[in-house]
Ligand binder design. Structure first.
Ligand code: NDP
Length: 316
């Protein structure tokens, strides 16, 4: 069976940054890309908030640059999905990974960079307008809606945060909450209430995102009265939660109720020796490409130190 010092699972900003650092430290990392090489950014258009691109860059092009940079230092990039992980609890032991349900590889360190996926409503019209007015990230895309009216859907902290963020850029934000109350924390709800240009529509569900080439409005329904109406808007922001892609580690690694991997504060270390978690798989607060990249760097540096310690332990 193949044996490697460092296997990175996932090819978003966290995975590629981990690879750049690990490769430059001569750990000869292997990346398994997953089914969506490049991760969430390959589904976005302009990225304007990643430092180093004064004119902005298209998400897929940026991921291509990161891939090339990782390859330049010798990272081996393999298209494949890690379908099973058997993680050891013993320091220095190999972890076993199964790729595409068949091939098995051993890794002394595993850097998890599997990301998270934004949840969507599942409407056909929502899918059709993705990237043309439909977004799941106000901080990434809000700027493109400056001066335009937008709709946000959701009732949790993310929806409250996105609505208040967008309210600084947009004349009017309509927040669609499907119940008669929000799930968000009190302080976040107060922020929504105290923002004059946010209108909350309670008991309201989305029926259809309207528009041909770009979003022109949202058809909604009050689930108490049955009344339907159209809210005019040029942007539709879905903020109904994310799902971290961590199912294969369940039961082995410490995670919260939703599946975000727990790391020791200020590090990428998990409860398992030689297993490091980076990017959105362990971050429910920031979820930015730059924070993912930063934590990818941390994961690689910690993997390098771990391997050094392990070698010392074996020799003594
Ligand atoms: P949550 O799971 O907390 O909330 C999801 C919200 O979306 C709920 O109000 C839910 O409604 C609603 N929803 C789910 N499905 C649908 C649907 N199909 N149609 C309409 N509405 C729907 O996710 P968040 O992303 O808001 O938060 C995740 C975690 O991150 C939380 O722990 C949160 O506290 C944290 N967070 C903290 C922030 C901060 O502190 N600044 C900022 C952002 C997130 P319902 O209430 O009816 O179930």
């Amino acid at each position: 069976m193949e044996k490697h010092d460092c296997v990175i699972i996932g090819s978003g900003p966290a995975g590629y940054t981990a690879a750049i650092y690990a490769a430059r430290a001569d750990l000869k990392p292997i990346i398994y890309t997953g089914l969506e090489p490049g991760g969430q950014l390959t589904t976005t258009t302009d990225v304007e908030n990643f430092p180093g691109y004064p004119e902005g860059i298209m998400g897929p092009a940026m991921m291509e640059d990161l891939r090339k940079q990782a390859e330049r230092f010798g990272t081996e990039i393999r298209f494949g999905m890690v379908t099973k992980a058997e993680l050891s609890k013993i320091a220095g032991e190999y972890h076993k990974l199964t790729i595409d349900e068949s091939k098995e590889v051993l890794a002394r360190t595993v850097i998890i960079a599997t990301g998270a996926s934004a949840k969507y409503l599942g409407l056909e019209s929502e899918k059709k307008m993705m990237g043309h007015g439909v977004s799941a990230c106000a901080i990434c895309d809000g700027f493109f809606f400056k001066g335009k009216d937008v709709v946000v859907v959701g009732g949790g902290d993310s929806a409250a945060e996105e609505a208040t963020y967008l309210a600084k850029l947009c004349p009017k934000v309509t927040l669609l909450v499907r119940k008669d109350h929000m799930k968000a924390s009190q302080i976040m709800q107060q922020r929504v209430e105290n923002t004059a240009n946010i209108e909350v529509l309670w008991n309201t569900e989305t029926l259809e995102v309207l528009g041909e080439k770009t979003v022109t409005g949202v058809r909604v329904k009050n689930n108490e009265t049955g009344e339907e109406k159209v809210v005019e808007a040029e942007g539709f922001f879905v903020a109904i939660g994310h799902k971290p892609n961590t199912d294969i580690f369940k039961g082995q690694i410490d995670m919260d109720d939703v599946g975000y991997i727990k790391t020791k504060p200020g590090t990428a270390s998990t409860n398992l020796p030689g297993v490091f978690a980076t990017g959105d798989a362990q971050d429910k607060h920031y979820r930015q490409a730059i924070t993912a990249a930063g934590s990818g760097c941390m994961g690689a540096l910690e993997a390098e130190r771990y391997l050094q310690e392990y070698e010392v332990a074996v020799e003594s």
